[in-house]
Design a protein around this ligand. Structure first.
Ligand SMILES: C[S@@+](CC[C@H](N)C(=O)[O-])C[C@H]1O[C@@H](n2cnc3c(N)ncnc32)[C@H](O)[C@@H]1O
Length: 324
């Protein structure tokens, strides 16, 4: 539960960052190594890389001062010093809000509690299908069952700090209501975001324009479910934009460098996880990339949830502060 003091600090940071063009969310890709082989991602396997230390990452985070510090990858749980990183970034009773995005392979109840103790607010657990199709898609036999058992092992908790992260793509969009029902049954939240072909250059997972129309109908059902059960993070605004993205295969303008961007494993900065650069500061990223950026080919969660008009930013995030 977020305390009143912390909620106030988060609101102040949100207002400051909005006014002074500081980022809402920065994704720290703390390793590009990954223990899965997902069909929608170019990463997978071991990569030799230079890694910033927890202290360096803490310093970088304080310089950038995002509202949300997200730890992703690659697979962030592969870093044995993840808890040290979280402790270096967290400010007791203050911003940033801290979340982790994981495939869940290494997530045990012990690691879950150790991460929460270190200061994590929310764990985003990737799940693309409501059954064992997930195992095949991620190249990890038994992964769906492992995730199910892990979540059920937390049944004693009143409020699980878990949000399922589902990438909406051509072969799962008709299952989204089942995904929402599964999340409700498991007593966790769920977020939907759009597939992009920028990682693998495979446009077969993109919805076609008629399927984008079908997605609109699915969104109506999901929003009704959200009203009843309050377990879906995705807002009406994001569902609307997602259908537009699939219809046109593009959604201008991308506001990387202002609303969001990435920190690489070595502590340098990139516009996103799909375009890797080595800028030393946010200012350099803005000057050398954002000003000339013409890429509009994704609507990933980080873009969708930071590029909203002010009214939607406030309305949608009040839910987060109230933890639904
Ligand atoms: C790159 S992964 C890294 C974190 C972690 N290994 C995981 O799988 O959750 C971060 C998120 O991006 C999503 N993702 C991967 N490839 C994608 C794509 N082509 N389009 C949209 N989202 C994608 C994943 O499903 C995951 O939720």
């Amino acid at each position: 539960m977020i305390t009143k003091t912390r909620a106030l600090s988060l609101m102040k940071r949100a207002a400051y960052n909005y006014l002074f063009q500081r980022p809402f969310c920065v994704s720290f890709e703390i390793t590009h190594c990954c223990n899965a082989k997902c069909k929608h991602c170019h990463l997978g396997g071991h990569i030799e890389e230079q890694r910033a230390s927890p202290e360096q990452l803490g310093q970088i985070c304080r310089q950038i001062n995002p509202l949300i510090a997200q730890f992703s990858g690659g697979e962030p749980l592969l870093r044995k010093d993840l808890e040290e990183i979280i402790k270096a970034v967290r400010r007791p009773n203050r911003a940033p809000y801290i979340d982790i995005t994981t495939n869940g392979i290494l997530l045990t109840p012990e690691r879950y509690y150790s991460l929460l103790d270190a200061g994590v607010d929310q764990i985003g657990l990737s799940l693309d299908y409501p059954d064992s199709r997930h195992d095949v898609f991620r190249g990890v036999p038994g992964l769906f069952e492992r995730i199910e058992k892990f979540i059920q092992s937390l049944n004693g908790e009143k409020d699980k700090a878990i949000t399922l992260l589902c990438v909406v793509q051509r072969d799962n969009f008709r299952d989204l209501l089942r995904m929402a029902e599964l999340a409700y049954h498991w007593k966790v939240k769920i977020n939907f975001s759009a597939y992009t072909w920028l990682r693998t250059h495979d446009d077969n997972y993109l919805l076609t324009p008629p399927e984008a129309e079908e997605l609109r109908q699915m969104s109506t059902k999901l929003l009704k479910f959200k009203q009843q059960h309050q377990n879906i993070f995705t807002s009406p605004y994001v569902f609307k934009k997602m259908a537009q993205f699939f219809e046109h295969r593009s959604l201008p303008p991308c506001q990387t460098g202002v609303k969001f961007f990435n920190v690489n494993p070595d502590g340098t900065m990139s516009p996103c996880g799909l375009i890797i650069k080595d800028y030393g500061t946010q200012q350099e990223l803005q000057e050398k990339f954002s000003r000339h950026n013409t890429c509009t080919y994704c609507y990933t969660s980080i873009r969708a949830n930071t590029e909203k008009p002010l009214y939607h930013l406030i309305a949608d995030n009040i839910q987060v502060l109230n933890r639904f």
